[in-house]
Every structure is written in C-alpha cells, then in structure tokens.
Ligand binder design. Structure first.
Ligand code: SF4
Length: 331
C-alpha cells in the first residue's frame, strides 16, 4: 500500500506531515512518488491562506473518481471543515493523527522539533488560535529524548518550533534550552517563534551561556507604530521592543536579528508606515519576513475595512525590502 502526503502552510504543518508519514510507515505503508500512484492521500491543509484552501479543492476534485482513500487534516477552520467533510473520506484532527508518533526526519542534517502547539495570544489578524486551539506544551523529557536520539543519528541542527516558544510551560523555556545544550555532541540549536512580550532576561542569559544556541533570533515586530500594534492586539510598544533589542545586543553583541512584519494593515496611514520604516533603519535587521496584509476569515481584523490598495501594499513591501538590502550587510 502506498501513501502520499500533501502539505500546505507553515513549518508546524511540515513537521506534522513528517509525523503522519512515520505513523503510516509504522503500519507498513510505503511512500508513493506520485499522488496518482497512492492508495491513500493525506492532505495536511492550512486555512490561513485562501489560496491553500482553493488548492485543496483542486486536489480533491482530481481524486474524486478514483479508488484512492482521502484524509483531510491540519489547520482547518470550522467553515472549511464542514465543506470538505462531504468531499474527503475522513476529516481527522491533526492531534489525533500525530499524537505519540515520533516524527520522521529527512535524511539531512537539520531536524525540526515541535515543542508546543496552539497559541493564546489572539493577534487580531491571525487564525492560529482558532485552528490550532490553545497552547499545549510537550513534556520536556520527551523532547530531550527525541533530541538525544537525533544527535546519536548524526543530526547537526535542532530547530525547536512553536507558535510562541517563550511561553513553553512544561519547564521554563530557558531551562529547556540549557538541558538540550548539555546533551553531548556537536550541534546547533535554533528556535522560533518568539513573542516579544514573553522574552525574559533569563532567556537572553541562556542564549548567551549556551554555546550550542545559534547566534540568530527571529523577533517579530509586526508594526513599528504603537497605534497599529494596539489594533493588532500585540501588547508591547515600539519603545519596549527597542529596549528589548538593546538588552539582547548588549549581552549578545553579534546576534543575527530577523523579524516578521505586516504592511498595509487596515487603516495603516502613511505616517504609521513611515514609523515602521524608521524602526527598520534603526534596528538594522539582517532579514525580514514581510507580509502584505490580507484578511483571514473569523479573525477580529476581518471586520476592519481592508482599505490599503494592493498597489500601496506592494510599494510598502518594496520600501522595507530596500531598507533590509542596505542594512543587512552593515550588521
Ligand atoms: S502570537 Fe503568532 S500564532 Fe499567536 S495569534 Fe499572534 S501571530 Fe498568531
């Protein structure tokens, strides 16, 4: 019997797909090289982007007259779940499908390890708390065992993943970093994502102390304007963010800092965007993941008028890209 997994969405979904593959292989399924040769197709979807939802329709429509069994899982909003229920043989919660299954890692040197799922923050533009539910942390012991086994198998990079790793709660996150750092072997530790509001002094200390923790940090700002941050339900100010960066750079001077930002959030004035551009020039990030705002069904921001034109969003994206081009080498 052969299986094929189609994945949409973020790193978390990719990690889950690897677990699905492990679960199927433990039941003697073999991977199919082509979706049309599979007896079982699992679509691990993402309701976050409409384009992904449309592509799921495309896949299932092509398969509907075949004998292939189809399963839908992933980050699915209720309205999508109800629609897809009629089209797929089964719709299964991602947790039910992946719990207790050790992840299958690619035969390369980097392994992604989800340490928690879900999010409690409800940023006004984001669908994750609705699709993934509230934060759930995996037991530290389980994570450490997984890392030990990966290091023994020759992995050189461990990427700890969660929607907000700083609120990992089985043990404090800095303690988890220290414990993983103490595992014998030559390897690098990375983690993402971090919410600035939960970034503790102890985490900065742990990053500085732990020689295996990479000199890299992704710290999403989302906007460089306090009013916009408030509307996004991001509970920090630009000043607090800048102070945090200052503190981190004081202790880890050569840190490689990246960020996530949204341009064209509803009502974002030119002045407010300029504040973001100003912050970019000041901080000199080495990389930025720039997202042009688009409304997500079911979120608070969906109710705001999406009043910045696509052309203006593109322009704002370009402005930030140009700043990054200039500043990344400086840093
Ligand atoms: S912290 Fe991240 S995952 Fe959570 S609601 Fe905000 S953007 Fe979404």
């Amino acid at each position: 019997m052969k299986y094929f997994v189609v994945t949409f969405g973020c790193q978390m979904n990719e990690a889950d797909s690897k677990k699905i593959a492990s679960a199927l292989e433990s039941k003697n399924y073999k991977p199919a090289l082509d979706i049309n040769k599979a007896n079982l197709v699992v679509v691990n979807m993402c309701s976050v982007r409409q384009s992904a939802v449309d592509r799921v329709y495309g896949i299932i429509n092509k398969l509907k007259n075949s004998k292939t069994k189809t399963i839908l899982t992933g980050c699915i909003l209720k309205k999508d779940r109800n629609k897809f229920r009629k089209l797929f043989d089964e719709v299964i919660n991602i947790e039910d499908l992946t719990q207790k299954v050790e992840q299958k890692h690619d035969e390369k040197s980097s392994a992604v390890i989800p340490i928690m799922t879900g999010c409690n923050n409800f940023c006004s533009y984001c669908v994750v708390p609705y699709t993934r539910g509230r934060e759930k942390s995996r037991p530290a012991k389980e994570i450490i065992c997984e890392v030990e086994s990966l290091i023994k198998r020759g992995y050189k990079e461990i990427w700890l993943l969660g929607q907000n790793v700083n609120s990992y709660s089985d043990i404090p996150f800095p303690e988890l970093l220290r414990k993983i750092n103490n595992i014998p072997g030559k390897f690098l530790i990375r983690f993402t994502s971090s919410h600035p509001k939960d970034f503790s002094d102890d985490l900065i200390k742990a990053m500085a102390e732990c020689k295996k923790v990479a000199n890299y940090l992704n710290l999403p700002i989302q906007s460089g304007d306090d009013e916009v941050l408030k509307k996004m339900n991001r509970p920090y100010t630009v000043k607090q963010y800048k102070d945090l960066v200052k503190k981190i750079r004081k202790i880890i001077p050569d840190i490689n800092l990246s960020t996530d930002v949204i341009v064209g959030f509803p009502g974002e004035t030119e002045k407010q965007f300029e504040n973001t551009a100003k912050l970019f020039k000041e901080i000199k990030f080495s990389l930025a993941y720039i997202n042009k705002y688009s409304p997500r069904y079911g979120t608070v921001a969906e109710k705001f008028e999406d009043d910045i034109s696509p052309k203006e969003k593109k322009h704002r994206e370009k402005v930030l890209e140009n700043i990054i081009k200039e500043t990344k080498y400086e840093k």
